[in-house]
Design a binder for this molecule. Structure first.
Ligand SMILES: Cc1cc2nc3c(=O)[nH]c(=O)nc-3n(C[C@H](O)[C@H](O)[C@H](O)COP(=O)(O)OP(=O)(O)OC[C@H]3O[C@@H](n4cnc5c(N)ncnc54)[C@H](O)[C@@H]3O)c2cc1C
Length: 389
């Protein structure tokens, strides 16, 4: 590998695979490098939700909506079954007070063009017959969907390869040097030359950033999931509690009526049906370094919260659990931009949204590198926002 690639993407999770795909689609010569395999890290330890309902009104929601719009086309374009489904999502509100907060949120989202509506108690009960009878109401977002995250990353990476990209897997990047207009990327196997680098290493993006003198403010925010046995259809689509927004955005304004165990582990109920009729129960949030073990206390809190909303779950077996590291930034938005180092770009920090946001991230990163105007002003995603003014 002695020629200089136009673009070297470091990290073959959902984000890096998408960046490689859209750059290759634009005609750039691309190498996609990963220390392990495709989707070996967080992208295989997540749910597959493709949501706008859990974004903040404004830029966050509009960026996510644009990504959502790309999935039907992508599902046709890639030689991989993405298991793309668009059945909408349902946020549950547990109390009258939570219903009021959700109603205001719904109004704000509708003002920026997101299709949402509130549902009263009877409507949510009719929608999901196994729901606990005292659930107060809900919030429906009809454009929300789901995808198989590992299939998505594989589809994108192999799609990039089909368009001429080179996959350099099981090959850790160990250092980066600048040589004139190109970078020399030192890896375990060889030196790779590239005019541009995209750091798509998720929670490890700061390690790559340091190699070029950048301090990238991304931290690992752990999340755990339970997987059920194959069973009947407990819920027909993605259902979660509105309290998820409070744990995600660390909003202290409203306190949910939850147990100390649920509170301590940052657990909010998330239910995702899968194509194989297992279902996934999430999710927790905590800062625990790079620990990806499953803790019994968290698993109990996940089960407790799930049974509160769907009592029938008490009779269903959990077959396994897993844990992953969300790449968290202090303002909850990813970094998708250039940096003060010419030719060095960052596409990382997508926290709990990197599966859903992968198509749009890949597309805008390809536009930025090619010098084309992205579809909207991306300053909320700039690395610059974290630099001292
Ligand atoms: C429990 C949980 C549930 C989630 N649910 C959802 C959801 O429903 N919807 C959603 O949109 N998002 C969800 N997420 C978030 C989503 O999984 C992440 O945002 C996304 O996977 C991040 O992808 P990535 O490509 O940035 O990182 P990763 O998938 O972690 O990829 C980074 C890659 O960089 C590689 N790497 C690291 N260091 C080096 C090096 N030195 N050299 C070469 N390669 C290197 C790693 O091997 C890895 O493959 C969830 C996350 C968790 C933990």
């Amino acid at each position: 590998m002695s020629k200089a690639f136009d673009v070297a993407v470091i990290g073959a999770g959902a984000i890096g695979s998408s960046v490689a795909y859209y750059n290759a689609k634009k005609g750039a010569s691309v190498v996609l490098i990963d220390a392990g395999d495709i989707a070996e890290s967080t992208s295989s330890r997540s749910d597959g939700n493709v949501l706008v309902c859990d974004k903040q009104p404004g830029f966050d929601a509009l960026f996510a909506r644009e990504s959502q719009r790309m999935f039907p086309e992508l599902a046709k374009e890639l030689d991989y079954d993405l298991e793309w489904k668009q059945k909408g999502s349902l946020f549950l509100t547990e109390t009258e007070e939570e219903f009021e907060i959700a109603s205001q949120f719904c109004e704000d989202m509708k003002k920026c063009g997101i299709q949402m509506r509130m549902m009263d108690q009877k409507e949510v009960q009719d929608d999901e017959p196994f729901l606990a009878k005292d659930v107060y109401g809900g919030l429906e977002t009809i454009t929300d969907g789901s995808v198989y995250p590992i299939g998505l990353a594989y589809g994108l990476a192999l799609g990039a390869e089909k368009k001429g990209a080179v996959l350099s897997l099981h090959n850790r990047v160990t250092g980066i040097e600048k040589d004139g207009n190109a970078f020399i990327i030192h890896t375990e196997k060889e030196d790779i030359y590239a005019k541009n680098i995209v750091d798509a290493c998720g929670v490890w993006a700061p390690v790559i950033g340091k190699m070029v003198g950048l301090d990238i403010p991304i931290q690992a925010r752990q999340g755990q999931i339970l997987v059920s046995e194959q069973t009947f259809q407990v819920a027909r689509r993605k259902v979660h509690e509105f309290g998820y927004m409070l744990t995600k955005f660390q909003n202290g304004g409203y306190k949910r009526p939850v147990s100390e165990r649920v509170e301590r582990n940052g657990v909010a109920f998330v239910f995702e049906p899968t194509a194989s009729n297992n279902f996934l129960i999430g999710s927790s949030r905590c800062f625990a370094g790079e620990n990806v073990s499953c803790e019994i206390d968290v698993m109990k809190a996940l089960a407790e919260r799930a049974i509160r909303f769907f009592p029938v779950i008490a009779n269903i077996k959990v077959i396994r659990g897993y844990s992953g590291l969300r790449p968290y930034t202090p303002d909850h938005m990813p970094i998708v931009s250039g940096t003060p180092v010419p030719g060095f770009y960052i596409a990382a920090g997508h926290e709990g949204d990197g599966i859903g946001l992968s198509p749009i991230t890949g597309k805008v990163m390809a536009d930025i590198i090619a010098g084309d105007q992205p579809f909207m002003d991306l300053s909320p995603l700039s690395f610059e926002r974290f630099l001292e003014k």
